[in-house]
Ligand binder design. Structure first.
Ligand code: HEC
Length: 116
């Protein structure tokens, strides 16, 4: 009897901890990935930074809708900082964000989507 009780308690504790993790997981869309991938931001280095920085004032859809060259992304980020009151990015983050955008939200990617 005593053993059964302990087992039950252990199971209950495990279930509680499990649901807390589930709850936290559901809340954190960025670590899930799928939502961003569906939106057009596949997992890669720099995606977390893009999601964190560029989602602050407007939807990431606004970002994904574009399809720019690296130089045009540089100008866009500069424009965000100079005209839209975005905090300047630390240089490491700036590179991550720029690399990611140039690779995954490029003119080539946009053209490919259009012809699909
Ligand atoms: C501090 C707020 C802020 C942050 C942070 C921010 N933006 Fe923006 N962004 C804006 C505003 C405001 C507009 C709309 C400007 C307008 O249309 O006049 C905008 C518009 C845009 C557009 C649309 C431009 C167009 O031609 O229609 C793009 C693309 C964009 N942002 C990219 C980014 C990217 C990439 C990041 C992250 C590196 C970012 N934004 C972060 C404020 C911000």
């Amino acid at each position: 009897m005593r053993n059964n009780c302990t087992l039950l308690r252990t199971a209950l504790v495990a279930a509680t901890i499990g649901s807390v993790f589930l709850f936290l997981g559901a809340d954190d869309v960025y670590s899930e990935g799928d939502e961003l991938t569906e939106m057009g931001l596949p997992p890669d280095i720099g995606r977390d930074e893009v999601a964190a920085y560029c989602d602050a004032c407007h939807s990431l859809k606004l970002v994904v809708q574009q399809g720019l060259s690296r130089a045009a992304w540089e100008e866009t980020i500069e424009w965000m900082v100079e005209e839209q009151e975005m905090e300047p990015l630390e240089s490491d983050d700036y590179k991550l964000v720029l690399d990611y955008l140039a690779k995954h939200v490029s003119i080539e990617v946009r053209l490919k989507k259009r012809t699909q």
